[in-house]
Design a protein around this ligand. Structure first.
Ligand SMILES: Nc1ncnc2c1ncn2[C@@H]1O[C@H](COP(=O)(O)OP(=O)(O)OP(=O)(O)O)[C@@H](O)[C@H]1O
Length: 335
């Protein structure tokens, strides 16, 4: 099978910035990755590293000041490949892809649930808009999806408004809304951050089941390495708008190569990995995104930095597609 048939999305050298007048924020700085059909790609990194802006760029949902300056985002749907960033932002084609083919779960459920419409209304609306089905069929599909996501008495609950659901239930409704049209690609931006750990685990499990049932590809944005190890097949690690490491979950979590990934893993608990060790913080802060240092942006915080790091490191394959962007890997490995 050719690579292309295997892929649902290919992002090449994406650059997205915000022109704030007095300064330009380079939020995404030449990012390339692919998402395979039916697989989950985890995107991790500290707050502000460009995870959400990457996601919003894919769907052309950037705020007014945000602009894709370079790169290509190719979606391989059922028809021929479409370059998403060449489509008109709110044109017919982009709108038909958004929600139907590619959908998104946002961090905050209330950002996507409309308080003045019932859940049933909000779940059926995209179905009736994108598919030629009857109202009755739409209701059946909505009930099926809510039930799959563990919402009891789904048919009755269609009449309820968002405020009548608890936080965890709202998040399930949001996932149902994102999945109801059976999208090929789901972008989940910190879908469970606001929830307590038990509910988070339940929801992720339900999401996994629905994904398996419909063979959905997922981009899962999170700063939680535990969630990545549980959910993802492959993972990219972002730092200041760039990908510093990419590999399978096994490669990146069990055998991290980049000093930033290593530091990130030492700073968060991951089930089964390094449990006996104390958690550490990453020294220093992320730089101002309008003043990203030349060369490797992590160098000012890195214990292994050398003069060479003033030049941007190229990406190397450390074996079986495990890609890393660092000049000093030998030293890092010696630790
Ligand atoms: N509307 C905006 N206007 C100006 N700058 C923005 C805007 N949205 C995002 N940015 C900047 O772009 C950079 C990347 O932000 P982004 O939201 O993608 O980070 P993130 O990795 O998703 O972080 P978090 O985990 O906190 O959501 C940040 O420096 C952020 O301040």
């Amino acid at each position: 099978m050719s690579e292309q048939h295997d892929l649902i999305l290919k992002v090449e050298e994406l650059k997205t910035s915000f022109d704030l007048g007095s300064r330009v924020v380079n939020a995404v700085n030449g990012v390339s990755f692919t998402v395979k059909k039916g697989k989950t790609l985890g995107v991790v990194g500290e707050s502000g590293c460009g995870k959400s802006v990457t996601a919003h760029s894919i769907l052309q949902l950037l705020p007014r000041l945000g602009k894709i300056n370079a790169g290509q985002i190719t979606y391989y749907g059922e028809e021929k490949a479409v370059v998403l960033n060449q489509l008109e932002r709110n044109g017919r084609k982009m709108r038909s892809i958004r929600g139907k083919e590619i959908s998104m779960i946002f961090q905050d459920p209330m950002a996507s649930l409309n308080p003045v419409y019932t859940i049933g209304n909000q779940l059926c609306e995209p179905l009736l808009h994108h598919e030629s089905i009857s109202k009755k069929e739409a209701v059946d599909r909505a009930v099926e999806m809510l039930s799959l996501l563990g919402i009891p008495s789904a048919l009755t609950r269609l009449k309820d408004y968002p405020h009548q659901f608890s936080g965890g239930m709202k998040q399930r409704v949001m996932i149902a809304m994102a999945m109801v049209c059976n999208p090929k690609l789901l972008i989940a931006d910190e879908p469970t951050t606001a929830l307590d750990v038990t509910i988070q685990a339940q929801i992720l499990e339900l999401m996994k089941n629905v994904q398996k049932q419909f063979n959905t590809s997922v981009i899962l944005i999170t700063h939680n390495m535990g969630v990545v190890s549980d959910m993802a097949d492959e993972v990219v690690v972002m730092y200041m708008g760039k990908i510093v490491e990419f590999g399978t979950v096994e490669q990146v979590l069990s055998c991290p190569q980049h000093p930033y990934t290593r530091a990130l893993l030492r700073s968060v608990p991951v089930l089964g990995i390094g449990r006996s060790n104390r958690l550490e913080t990453i020294r220093g802060n992320t730089p101002d995104p309008s003043e990203i240092p030349e060369g490797c942006a992590f160098a000012p915080r890195c214990d292994f930095a050398t003069d060479q790091c003033r030049t941007a490191p190229s990406q190397t394959d450390e074996g079986q597609g495990h890609l890393v962007r660092c000049w000093n890997l030998e030293e890092v490995r010696k630790g």
